[in-house]
Design a protein around this ligand. Structure first.
Ligand code: SF4
Length: 353
């Protein structure tokens, strides 16, 4: 048996004992008994898990699948409802792409997901990673799935010293040498689980590892140093002003952000652009008061500092942009995190009202 086959066989045996329990996953015992994963649930979980931890995703996954148990139900949902349910999970382009994809599965495939990596890749909003993950996990295609956990495991097993992100193609090629023809879906999940629970970033628990004796990094004692990464440039800081207007009846002025761009399609406070020195851009004439409070939020490519201006406006006042949302219709939980932080801070600065 080649090393790749030995590694895969050991990983599968370890997975049969140690697989993490996930709400979207069919565990190894059920799988052996013939239970098949639901491609809709696998796809939804994979989209949610991009750039996001399992712990953060669980509740969202339950809420989505309770509310929209099938891809057809999701495809029929209103955009605003899906964006509101996604609020707080971040990377909002994923929610927009989720809807596009669900509608394509229904419109083009009668509500049945294509059962191959190629077919999945042709859908809007599905990239190479998601296509491979769904093909492997839902359809047992021998597709190689490489997420951050898998990159770490492979870089250590093969002692790849080249830093990320340049090493990605090599790590993918090496991961492919481990992908078995039998149970490739469980293999993909075993690799992810090993990276998440044993071969962890800072102090891998090599003593618990089923492939300890085959690991080149461990043999050289360099496992904690891998994978190497090119140092990231420091993030720039951008500034902005958020305008929180409240009408006498308690309605708040909110604005839906354009579909394209950061927080696209989400509700938020009207504001300035986010730049080095933004010009004031209040959404209506009012007696704006600087609350002296600042929201700090980190996005992928920059840090944001948002100054909060607030105004109480009369009942008939008309905004230049945005809409007043009545108290009964305003749910702060449906705001993206940075806008929610602004709301919480404004209320605290006001004394909790
Ligand atoms: Fe990771 Fe250690 Fe296993 Fe190597 S031996 S794969 S470093 S846990």
């Amino acid at each position: 048996m080649r090393d790749g086959q030995v590694i895969s066989a050991r990983l599968l045996a370890w997975y049969d004992r140690s697989a993490r329990v996930m709400p979207w996953r069919i565990g190894p015992a059920d799988r052996a008994a013939g239970v098949r994963p639901d491609p809709y649930r696998i796809w939804l979980s994979e989209v949610m898990l991009q750039q996001t931890t399992v712990a953060a995703v669980r509740d969202y996954f339950h809420r989505f699948t309770d509310r929209w148990p099938t891809v057809a139900a999701l495809a029929a949902a209103a955009d605003a409802e899906v964006m509101a349910e996604w609020a707080g999970l971040g990377y909002y382009a994923r929610a927009r792409n989720l809807l596009k994809c669900a509608r394509a599965v229904v419109g083009l495939h009668g509500g049945v997901f294509p059962a191959s990596r190629e077919g999945l890749l042709a859908l809007p909003g599905i990239g190479p990673y998601t296509a491979a993950a769904v093909a492997a996990i839902a359809f047992d295609e021998a597709a190689t799935v490489v997420d951050g956990n898998v990159e770490r495991v492979v870089s250590r097993l093969f002692r790849v010293e080249e830093p990320l992100p340049g090493a990605k193609p090599r790590l993918t090629a090496l991961a492919a040498t481990l992908t078995p023809l039998v149970r490739p879906g469980d293999h993909a999940q075993a690799m992810m689980d090993l990276g998440a629970t044993v071969c962890t970033p800072r102090s891998p628990a090599c003593g618990l590892c089923p492939v300890l004796d085959l690991c080149a990094a461990r043999a050289a004692g360099v496992q904690a140093d891998l994978p190497r990464k090119v140092a990231k440039a420091a993030k720039p800081t951008r500034y902005g002003i958020a305008y929180l207007a409240r009408r006498a009846d308690g309605a708040w002025l909110l604005e839906r952000r354009p579909d394209r761009g950061l927080l696209g399609g989400m509700l938020g406070w009207p504001g300035t652009d986010w730049s080095a020195a933004p010009a004031p851009a209040p959404p209506m004439a009012a007696d704006w008061r600087d609350l002296g409070a600042e929201v700090r939020h980190t996005f992928t490519h920059f840090d944001l500092r948002l100054t909060l201006h607030m105004a109480i406006v009369p009942q008939g006042a008309m905004p230049d942009r945005g809409d007043f949302i009545a108290p009964k219709d305003f749910r702060p939980a449906e705001l993206p995190t940075v806008m929610r932080k602004a709301f919480d801070l404004a209320r605290a600065a006001e004394g909790g009202d």
